[in-house]
Design a protein around this ligand. Structure first.
Ligand code: MN
Length: 289
């Protein structure tokens, strides 16, 4: 099932180039009061929401053209955004060779440097686009396979890791290059783009064999396959959960392949991953303008 969040926090079932409004399915979500749970409510109750969506989809009369809606992040309230640094060998080589990427930072192997966190306030959907946070710096796109955690866990073995995944989406780990810590350079507002929607895990037969592609202004910049990940998704879940608990709605960005490049206001990025859809993301004028 492919579910999007769109317009005014509505829920949509994606069918081809149409969206069926199934917002009423969210009525099954429990009411919350302060303090709020540590998980995303929609993802934590995805099974029950899906059952409602299936019941109502055929009779639902409100439909929208996909091209005409504003796509929001498929996860509204991620508790944390976990991200893999250099996790494709050819990107490791590229990052070590290019001073404009590494900025004298030691580019270590992922097994040694571990994972990092991005601010959850950086998360947006495709339609929001990206405004350049630091126009005095190089700002890059990084396309990444994103897994949305569906079930809590700590010390999850790789052999059971995929049981903890609710679904997948295309991710852009936008990055300001420079000497600061990754967590700072990758956390400006809108620097984590998720979309175009959530594809539930059952739709993806082999997450270790998905093609990724990003074009900027029609020119291919990154093209890769998740089979070339240094640590694959199951290994990343094991690694992450050996340090902290994962909760429903947590986002796991799996790392970017070679071909990262600078983007400028006015550019249009088109990012797609096989089976997960294609999202159009515009670069807007810089945040300081
Ligand atoms: Mn990245």
């Amino acid at each position: 099932m492919q579910l999007c969040r769109f317009n005014d926090d509505q829920l949509g079932l994606v069918r081809g180039d149409e969206i069926i409004d199934v917002t009423a399915a969210l009525k099954i979500l429990p009411r919350c009061s302060y303090p709020l749970p540590k998980h995303d409510l929609f993802i934590a109750h995805l099974g029950a929401v899906r059952a409602e969506v299936e019941k109502m989809a055929e009779g639902a009369s409100k439909r929208y053209a996909l091209a005409e809606v504003k796509l929001l992040s498929p996860v509204a309230n991620p508790g944390k955004v976990v991200a893999a640094p250099v996790n494709y060998t050819r990107h490791l080589v590229e990052a070590r060779e290019d001073k404009a990427i590494h900025h004298q930072n030691q580019i270590g192997e992922i097994q040694r440097v571990g994972l990092f966190l991005k601010a959850s306030s950086s998360v947006v959907g495709a339609s929001a686009g990206v405004s350049i946070a630091r126009p005095d710096r190089r700002n890059d796109h990084e396309i990444e396979l994103v897994a949305v955690i569906g079930k809590s866990g700590r010390n999850i073995p790789a052999s059971r890791a995929l049981e903890h995944v609710a679904g997948y989406c295309v991710g852009l780990d936008m990055t300001v290059r420079g000497p600061e810590e990754r967590s700072m350079r990758k956390s400006p507002d809108n620097y984590t783009v998720l979309g175009p929607w959530l594809t539930t895990a059952d739709e993806i037969e082999d997450v270790d064999n998905l093609d990724l592609l990003i074009e900027v202004n029609g020119e291919v910049r990154q093209r890769a396959n998740t089979r070339d990940l240094i640590i694959n998704l199951a290994g990343l879940i094991e690694f992450a959960s050996s340090f902290y608990s994962l909760h429903p709605g947590d986002i796991l960005m799996t790392g970017t392949p070679e071909g990262v490049s600078q983007v400028f206001p006015g550019d249009r990025m088109v990012a797609q991953i096989s089976g997960l859809g294609r999202m159009v993301v515009d670069i807007h004028r810089d945040q300081t303008a």
